[in-house]
Design a protein around this ligand. Sequence first.
Ligand SMILES: [Zn+2]
Length: 90
Amino acid sequence: MKRSLARLLDALTHTGPGYNPPHQPRRGDDIDQWLKAQRDAAADHPEAYQAADGLLDLYRLHADTRTPLTEHVCEGRVIGDCECFEGGAR
Ligand SMILES: [Zn+2]
């Protein structure tokens, strides 16, 4: 009982050994390099190349805006650009 209370406190304050901060995407990190390698490996397959290139762009957008991968980076500028605009504030 005491232990689960301590764990709850850790969870609430985002501290303790069980807490891993969310991955922070960065240009040039392992995932960036992996995505780039996948894209370059698909050079002979335009559809796969474009898909991988799109993912790399999206990953770098997260990196540039310092948005964790679990959160939505909105590229919409006006209503109708993006689903999150149409749905209103959630
Ligand atoms: Zn959006």
